[in-house]
Design a binder for this molecule. Structure first.
Ligand SMILES: NC(=O)c1ccc[n+]([C@@H]2O[C@H](COP(=O)([O-])OP(=O)(O)OC[C@H]3O[C@@H](n4cnc5c(N)ncnc54)[C@H](O)[C@@H]3O)[C@@H](O)[C@H]2O)c1
Length: 270
């Protein structure tokens, strides 16, 4: 069922690596809901070539950009406005990467150069995107900017290591920049805190399958899928949520407010 919720809107979607990516699902739904957008990812991620299939399906232009590079981001906004024929109404930041997680470093043995890299890619890039957009006056009034987060920003999850701090910073940036862009341009800035999801980034965390199942059992509605996340994101890009800003919105089937569930009690009492 489609509702034309994004008819006439123009956007930029970061982070569609392959068909499992949350950003990929958001792009498909945004297309169904009538939006026009550009797709972007780090130049290195383009090598897989998958993004071109998505672009073709959605009629989108692909513009490579390393989200840590101000120069790349400036080029991305300039080219997106050209390609779309006007300023931007929505941005999805769906970017996360930790070299420490990739290389299996424990929390007591982190490499600090890599920690900074985690921060730059997974949190500061969100600030950079908004600062570039502000300086270029690239956003329309009531534009909506969404980044994806995880509950490890508030609770401890042993294998999420330095990404926990990156997500805490990401959510803080959403509040601070949300306050600024709200006053300047009536722009909304929010983060969605998503359930564990089977994507390249998700599966890169050790023990992922176990905590995926645990979260599913701990959530009265079950884990939210990438498609569910795309639906929620579209609602935030739409005009139906014009006064929602500076929030970290839990999208987790009830996980964050569950103490224990009968399913888990049953499982543990065996
Ligand atoms: N998968 C999960 O369990 C889960 C849960 C909650 C939140 N999230 C968040 O959702 C977002 C999307 O992740 P996903 O699960 O769809 O995985 P994914 O691996 O499909 O997406 C991560 C994306 O980040 C991109 N990226 C990495 N470095 C970049 C850079 N320097 N510049 C530009 N892009 C870069 C990758 O190329 C990739 O497209 C991330 O912020 C992730 O932390 C994921």
């Amino acid at each position: 069922m489609t509702y034309n919720l994004l008819k006439g809107k123009k956007g930029i979607i970061f982070g569609a690596l392959d068909e499992n990516s949350i950003a990929w699902k958001v792009a498909l739904k945004a297309h169904e809901e009538g939006a026009k957008f550009t797709l972007t990812n780090a130049p290195i991620a383009m090598r897989m070539g998958e993004i071109n299939k998505l672009a073709e399906h959605c009629g989108a232009t692909v513009i490579p950009a390393d989200a840590t590079s101000l120069e790349d981001l400036e080029n991305l906004f300039t080219k997106s406005i050209e390609a779309l024929g006007g300023k931007i109404d929505f941005v999805l930041h769906s970017i996360g990467m930790s070299p420490n997680i990739r290389k299996g470093r424990e929390y007591g043995d982190l490499n600090y150069e890599w920690f900074l890299k985690t921060f730059d890619i997974s949190a500061l890039s969100f600030h950079k995107v908004m600062q570039v957009a502000e300086k270029k006056d690239a956003l329309n009034e009531y534009a909506s900017i969404v980044a994806l987060s995880y509950i490890a920003a508030q609770r401890s999850f042993p294998d999420y290591t330095d990404m926990s701090q990156a997500k805490a910073a990401l959510e803080s940036i959403a509040r601070s920049y949300g306050a600024r862009l709200g006053k300047l341009k009536k722009v909304r800035v929010n983060t969605i805190s998503q359930s564990p999801t089977k994507t390249t980034a998700g599966k890169g965390i050790s023990g992922f399958d176990v905590f995926y199942d645990f979260a599913d059992m701990m959530s009265p509605l079950g884990n939210a899928t990438a498609e569910d996340c795309a639906d929620y994101t579209i609602s935030l890009f739409s005009d139906l949520t014009k006064k929602v800003t500076m929030q970290n919105l839990m999208h987790d089937g009830g996980f964050s407010y569950s103490g224990i569930t009968s399913e888990l009690i049953e499982r543990l009492s065996k």
